[in-house]
Design a protein around this ligand. Structure first.
Ligand SMILES: Nc1ncnc2c1ncn2[C@@H]1O[C@H](COP(=O)(O)OP(=O)(O)OP(=O)(O)O)[C@@H](O)[C@H]1O
Length: 333
């Protein structure tokens, strides 16, 4: 990258800094030490997460230094093109896969250093999971109530299992399916029962990978409603991977993943018109600036201006300008 301002300009990011005194350096180091760690107050924190798969000697970098923070109590969506790394991230957060490098913590559990025993406890108590394939979420020979009671049984919970299973099925509006086996329920009912199963042991986080992928849009709406109920009534933090624009449009925060990194984020806020008092939801898209200062420009912006290889950056009073490099020798090599 080049900067458009002169190297000696005081506003240039490339300008040489005056040498710091030893006292200044010590002070800077001390203030860095005292600063809270990245994501210290987040429930989920992924810090420069890397996952490399090697198949037949060929390396695929599914996650390439992904940063993500999710606060306790959030209901958020993850979107991205096929192959962008969403499922890889979800599998790591679910404790089913291990990252190659970086750091990932969920509810205080370090996903890189967990031993086999801790991992088992993590999967049973800390996270709940809902898969896309309705058949993968439930045991076919158990009724809905038995499916929901099973995780509690495996955890050793004695009394109160049936009452909790009934309460969850009622909350998610599938109490009528209590004594039915999965093949006696619709796809939407199966997914709502699957959410009850995932919530059985009161997990801190509920992860769902394309939970509405096999359903029509009105059924998908009911499933989303069930997630919202779980989030509002139980306070469970929920992360949903989805292709469904309808689902993505209903959460406060949608994070997009591109090429194994978080690239942009849409935040929706309710705003009240000062004159009419009318409420409306305003959505705004932000690009993500990672901890190393890297920014992914939207592909359509880059293509529209024919940007390639390098761009000109200029630091202005309150913004940074990015322009195509128009110098004649701009193409390397
Ligand atoms: N077990 C694996 N072995 C080798 N490569 C893998 C493996 N799992 C994922 N990948 C590769 O990692 C990249 C990210 O895959 P991932 O499944 O995470 O993407 P995704 O965003 O979930 O895609 P989709 O929406 O199609 O499910 C892809 O290039 C994929 O081929």
């Amino acid at each position: 990258m080049t900067t458009g301002t002169s190297p000696t300009s005081p506003t240039s990011p490339m300008s040489p800094l005056p040498p710091a005194s030893l006292a200044e350096l010590e002070q800077r180091a001390a203030s860095r030490r005292d600063r809270p760690a990245y994501g210290h107050d987040a429930l989920i924190s992924c810090d420069r997460l890397v996952r490399v798969f090697t198949t037949d000697g060929v390396e695929v970098q599914a996650l390439q230094g992904l940063d993500l923070l999710v606060e306790e109590g959030e209901l958020m969506a993850l979107v991205g093109a096929s192959g962008s790394g969403k499922s890889t991230l979800m599998n790591i957060l679910a404790g089913l896969d291990e990252p190659t490098a970086g750091a990932a913590k969920v509810a205080g559990c370090d996903l890189l250093t967990m031993g086999a025993k801790e991992r088992l406890r993590y999967r049973r108590d800390v996270v709940g999971f809902v898969w896309q394939q309705t058949a993968r979420n439930l045991l076919p020979y158990l009724t809905a109530a038995q499916n929901v009671a099973l995780p509690m049984q495996l955890r050793g919970r004695g009394r109160g299992r049936t009452a909790r299973a009934d309460a969850l099925l009622t909350m998610l509006k599938v109490a009528h399916c209590r004594d039915r086996r999965p093949h006696q329920m619709s796809g939407g009912e199966q997914q709502r029962v699957a959410i009850a199963v995932a919530l059985a042991n009161s997990p801190s986080v509920l992860l769902a990978d394309e939970p509405t992928g096999e359903l029509d849009s009105s059924t998908a709406e009911q499933i989303f409603e069930a997630f919202r109920t779980a989030n509002e009534e139980l306070g469970t933090t929920i992360v949903i991977v989805t292709h469904d624009q309808q689902v993505a449009g209903e959460v406060r925060r949608t994070v997009a993943i591109r090429d194994g990194r978080t690239s942009s984020e849409v935040l929706r806020r309710t705003e009240v018109d000062a004159t009419t008092g009318q409420e409306s939801v305003v959505a705004r898209e932000y690009a993500m600036l990672d901890r190393a200062g890297r920014l992914q420009l939207p592909a359509e912006y880059v293509q529209a201006l024919g940007m390639e290889h390098r761009v000109v950056l200029e630091l202005e009073q309150d913004h940074i300008e990015i322009r195509p490099d128009s110098a004649p020798d701009s193409t390397p090599g």
